[in-house]
Ligand binder design. Structure first.
Ligand code: HEC
Ligand code: HEC
Length: 156
């Protein structure tokens, strides 16, 4: 799994992030917040990721799954604040696994162009499968497709 931390895979991550963000939230021009340090437990994302990029990825996760931050992160009740570094919730570890998988799909199957920009091609994002559901099981996918088809038929 360590190859996901490989420097030349980073453009893929950043591209996924951008794609997720575009889907997940409207474009807002925020001032760029550089790396301020202090992220204690990044195992997949680059450890020196900027605060802005991390925020964008997390907002993208939230939108793609239609959940709150607390779906993956626990709150420290004693300190009365969120403990983002904690791995207490199994959903967080699944999300890491999903992040690796998504990066892998893009690198492996959409990297057919051998140009220097090829590894920045990121076609698949969390939203491709999740589409606002936490758990994209076959039933939810099928009923979603049926609803879309019915709506389309009404329009045409
Ligand atoms: C679908 C699950 C999921 C959701 C929802 C989510 N996160 Fe995360 N978050 C993660 C994962 C996974 C990591 C660790 C990534 C890694 O290991 O590289 C992480 C890491 C972080 C970190 C870095 C913590 C540290 O010190 O290591 C912060 C800060 C954070 N998230 C904030 C947020 C905020 C704020 C939200 C809501 C806007 C949010 N997250 C929503 C999965 C999620
Ligand atoms: C190729 C399709 C696909 C992509 C891309 C994908 N997921 Fe998933 N995800 C699934 C499926 C299918 C499940 C349900 C797995 C199961 O039933 O075992 C799932 C389950 C999950 C769960 C567990 C939900 C629960 O109900 O406990 C989390 C969290 C999650 N995904 C996060 C993410 C994040 C974050 C991304 C983007 C980095 C992502 N996924 C990208 C298909 C995908």
């Amino acid at each position: 799994m360590s190859n996901f931390l490989n420097k030349n895979k980073m453009p893929v991550v950043l591209f996924i992030i951008t794609a997720i963000t575009c889907i997940g939230s409207a474009f807002t021009t925020t001032q760029s917040k550089p790396y301020t340090g202090g992220h204690k437990n990044l195992q997949v994302l680059p450890k020196d990721i900027s605060d802005d990029s991390l925020d964008m990825i997390m907002d993208g996760f939230k939108a793609a799954l239609n959940v709150k931050c607390s779906f993956c992160h626990v709150r420290n009740e004693a300190e009365q604040k969120m403990d983002f570094a904690s791995d207490e919730k199994p959903e967080k570890e699944i999300a890491r696994h999903m992040l690796r998988m998504t990066m892998d799909i893009n690198a492996r199957y959409f990297n057919f162009d051998s140009s220097t920009r090829a590894d920045t091609i990121s076609v698949v994002t969390c939203a491709t499968c999740h589409r606002g559901t936490q758990h994209p099981d076959p039933e939810s996918v099928a009923s979603d497709m049926q609803a879309k088809q019915a709506a389309w038929k009404k329009q045409n």
